[in-house]
Design a protein around this ligand. Structure first.
Ligand code: FAD
Length: 405
């Protein structure tokens, strides 16, 4: 080990400056005020991955089964960001959300969502078609709809910038262009210098499983990346008053193609959930990694052949949404008499770091973490983890504290 030069010995080293890494750092500082905390990120600036490439929706918390962490954290997370944006004078669009049933067959699931919302303590209104049309006249709903008044949209980049300022003000160090490469004993080797942290926290999103395996965690999990594409209108001609979502299939974690009203009152269509072939497969051969490609394609082929969790149907359905026409047609079922042909430009693609259990061959539906006395790994920080970031970070630090005692 004498050959490895150690440059820094922080008490806590966090890998990944996404919304989870930044929020965990702030919470750690509250709990361990004298500690030295360092965050490293391989990119040159904030928001290069999921935290800067999402829909910007503050979810209300009615999709998730009441025994899940998502259900327990979402309502508080939504409240937290509302108060934070208010305090810091950040943009927030309190536009709410309509979930609509397109036919009689979807009514049972709409009712189920309402019951789920009630169990989760979320403010939610089951309304008639007429009431729904008073909120958004163009919707195509059958008989009734759900209205969520607390769903809102924010600018994720604005929040990241503000939180990173809070982090720096709390005397926490953020180092960009610093990539975790591997661990040798307790030494973290990066592309530029090494660390010997007292404790390591892995909030690296798409690479969380890879880094966790360096610590002998994530043995039965792998990240399966799913690509989220968005379509924007040319002249921003479609003005909707609220987000319009379909009734989702609650067996999978994706909410279906919908209309999001952004914080600036623009409307976008998306996102898709197209299986990606490597983790940062944003476009063309961008960030191509042969080993990852082979590993992920082999997992996807096996899921496809065995049709685990209906992957075959999902993949075939989603892949068609590379066609703008198809995506518009899918979204079009949510609205009546609206011409969507001016939705012609692709927006910033996002990639979901979705965890698969390689033993059960199922998608993990809830947040997941693993850890011990030396390290802690956030393995499935999928949507709505942006919304949940603050209460989630409290839960993570509580768990870390219990490991350290
Ligand atoms: C298409 C899409 C839409 C979504 N919509 C919503 C929404 O509307 N509302 C909501 O609440 N949530 C939404 N989400 C989910 C939300 O964006 C994520 O749950 C959240 O951003 C996860 O944050 P994170 O910090 O875990 O990950 P990230 O933001 O991905 O951060 C991880 C960081 O780790 C860094 N990193 C990775 N590997 C290394 C390494 N080896 N060394 C150093 N650094 C490394 C990366 O550069 C990155 O900055 C959406 C996600 C997607 C993809």
């Amino acid at each position: 080990m004498a050959l490895i030069s150690t440059t820094s010995k922080p008490d806590f080293l966090i890998i990944g400056a996404g919304i989870i890494g930044l929020s965990v750092a702030l919470e750690l500082k509250k709990q361990f005020s004298d500690s030295k905390i360092t965050i490293i990120d391989k990119e040159k600036n904030l928001g290069a991955h999921a935290s800067g490439r999402n829909s910007g929706v503050l979810h209300a918390g009615f999709y998730y089964s009441d025994d899940s962490l998502k259900a327990k954290l979402c309502r508080n997370g939504n409240n937290y960001w509302h108060a934070y944006c208010d305090e810091k004078k950040l943009k927030i669009n309190q536009c709410g959300k309509l979930v609509i049933a397109r036919n009689e067959g979807e009514i049972d699931r709409l009712d189920e969502l309402y019951r789920q919302g009630q169990k989760n303590g979320v403010e939610l209104e089951l309304i008639t078609e007429k009431q729904a049309k008073e909120i958004e006249s163009n919707i195509n709903t059958f008989n009734k709809a759900l209205f969520s008044p607390t769903t809102a949209t924010i600018d994720p980049h604005e929040i990241l910038a503000s939180i990173s300022k809070d982090v720096l003000n709390a005397n926490i160090e953020i180092i960009y262009n610093r990539k975790f490469l591997k661990k040798i004993d307790n030494i973290i080797i990066t592309n530029s210098g090494n660390f010997e942290p007292g404790y390591l926290i892995n909030t690296s999103g798409l690479y969380a499983d890879v880094i966790a395996r360096e610590y002998d965690f994530s043995r039965e999990y792998k990240i399966l990346p799913f690509k989220g594409l968005y379509l924007h209108a040319k002249n921003d001609s479609l003005k909707l008053r609220t987000n319009v979502y379909p009734v989702p299939d609650l067996k999978n974690p994706f909410l279906g193609v919908h209309f999001t009203v952004t914080v600036d009152n623009e409307t976008m269509i998306g996102p898709t959930a197209i299986p990606a072939f490597w983790r940062e497969n944003y476009s063309n051969l961008n960030n191509f990694n042969l080993n990852e490609f082979l590993e992920i394609i082999s997992l996807e082929s096996s899921l496809f052949i065995n049709n685990n969790f209906g992957f075959r149907g999902l993949a075939l359905r989603e892949i068609k949404k590379y066609s703008k026409k198809k995506l518009i047609k899918t979204a079009g079922t949510l609205l009546k008499d609206i011409n969507l042909n001016n939705f012609t430009s692709w927006g910033n693609t996002g990639i979901r770091a979705q965890l698969v259990n390689t033993k059960t061959k199922k998608l993990e539906m809830d947040f997941k973490f693993e850890g011990d006395k030396k390290s802690f790994h956030i393995l499935n920080a999928v949507s709505p983890a942006f919304t949940c970031a603050e209460p989630f970070s409290k839960l993570i630090v509580k768990n870390i504290k219990s490991k350290l005692n």
